[in-house]
Write a protein that binds this ligand. Structure first.
Ligand code: ATP
Ligand code: MG
Length: 398
């Protein structure tokens, strides 16, 4: 048993000491059997949230109505969820009702896929009621129970199947795939935020091509914002596609693939944050500089360092082998100045040198010109040199 489980063991032991059952459950058990790095260790228990709050000193009540609290133990947060069965998802967001129960089997039965419906006790015994272990061995994604019904209950599971296909490189069971297709139009009723979250994981998956293959096969893209309006968009994805590590990268990628849809439209329709928008805009801007001038010092200087990885990744998709991982850093480190703050002159200097010219956009324009000359190494970053340079380039002021 690996490290994260050992660290979580006292949490389970404490619950058991209070006469309740508790197990490791879901993704962590799956990833353990797959020998993949384990993300969060989730725990499922017969104890109610109230009981959990009573027996642990540090509990964050994130979703008491749904039976979920976070227990912080030894500085690690654990999602502890009470065994439950769920009602319908009529708002396509949350189940209408949640009933707490005290048998593990019903709790495992409500889970989406056999590979996610595994529990493990502290001794390492696996509870596998739906053939999850065998499906892990065979690398198959299959619903727990009748797929048509399970997808009807919550059509986000269709997107989740694609997400796991992309993360794990598994096949989707043919029956499950058929049922995904049958229910896929229900996706249009989902709250977009739920889709966006899964979609981000889908596009970051190591086996992204597998995920995209099933996106086409299941025809689920027909019910996703933007993909619904441009049915061939997903078919334009080049073979050189690589995992996209953030939503900003995803949007930049698809915008560059089909510029008819603006970054802003992507951000709106997929309800993304301002941060995501900024990243997408920065990558797209750098890309258009690249198309005009190639990778030059000005591109590297103007692109925020936070986005170097994302831009390099997008470059590698559209222009394989042109840009190495550290190339931008190398150029950055060789720049005469690395930000406008380092410039020896500012707007006020320019104004004082030209007291007779009315203030206006020329100030920023001239400053940028000076900045560019310095970045390219054509001009020294010294006040007198800059003043001279401006004198010899008088036409540019107007
Ligand atoms: P990750 O490693 O990305 O966290 P995960 O399998 O833990 O993967 P989560 O989204 O964290 O995925 O969900 C935790 C568990 O809850 C899943 O393994 C699954 O058992 C169950 N689950 C989550 N979402 C659903 C859903 N929409 N329908 C049914 N079961 C779900
Ligand atoms: Mg998880």
């Amino acid at each position: 048993i690996s490290e994260p489980f050992i660290k979580a063991r006292p949490v389970i032991e404490n619950i058991e000491k209070h006469d309740h059952q508790a197990y490791y459950v879901g993704g962590c058990v799956r990833d353990f059997l797959l020998k993949r790095p384990i993300g969060d260790v989730d725990i499922t228990t017969s104890a109610t949230p109230t009981t959990i709050q009573q027996i642990f000193p540090k509990v964050i009540p994130v979703g008491i109505e749904h039976g979920t609290v976070i227990v912080v133990y030894d500085d690690v947060p654990y999602e502890v969820t009470t065994f439950r069965v769920e009602g319908r998802y009529s708002d396509q967001r949350h189940p209408d009702s949640v009933t707490f129960i005290n048998q593990l089997d019903k709790d495992l039965e409500r889970r989406d896929f056999t590979i996610n419906a595994l529990a493990m006790d502290i001794k390492g015994n696996i509870i596998d009621l739906f053939g999850g272990k065998e499906d892990i061995q065979k690398k198959v994604i299959r619903t727990v129970g009748n797929g048509y019904e399970r997808f009807k209950e919550d059509s986000l599971r269709i997107i989740r199947a694609l997400r796991f296909a992309s993360q794990l490189g598994f096949k989707i069971d043919p029956q499950t795939l058929k049922e995904m297709k049958e229910v896929s139009e229900d996706i249009s009723n989902l709250a977009i935020e739920r889709i966006t979250k899964e979609f981000g994981k889908l596009f970051a998956g190591y086996y992204l091509k597998n995920g995209i293959h099933y996106m086409k096969e299941s025809e689920s893209y027909k019910y996703l914002p933007i993909f619904a309006d441009i049915p061939d968009l997903i078919y334009k994805v080049p073979d050189s596609i690589q995992p996209l590590h953030s939503f900003g990268e995803i949007i930049a990628f698809f915008h560059l693939l089909d510029t008819r849809v603006s970054v802003i439209e992507w951000v709106k329709k997929w309800k993304c944050s301002n941060q995501v928008k900024q990243e997408a805009v920065a990558i797209v801007q750098a890309y258009s500089l690249f198309e005009k001038y190639g990778i030059d010092k000005w591109l590297v200087y103007t692109l925020d360092r936070r986005y170097y990885k994302g831009f390099t990744n997008i470059m590698n998709i559209f222009h394989p082998a042109l840009l190495d991982e550290n190339d931008l850093d190398k150029v950055y480190n060789s720049l005469p100045i690395q930000s406008r703050q380092e410039l020896c002159v500012n707007g006020n200097d320019l104004i004082s040198w030209y007291p007779n010219i009315k203030k206006g956009p020329w100030i920023q324009k001239l400053l940028t010109m000076v900045e560019k000359e310095i970045v390219f190494g054509n001009l020294k970053n010294r006040k007198n040199d800059i003043k001279d340079w401006i004198k010899w380039n008088p036409l540019e002021i107007n």
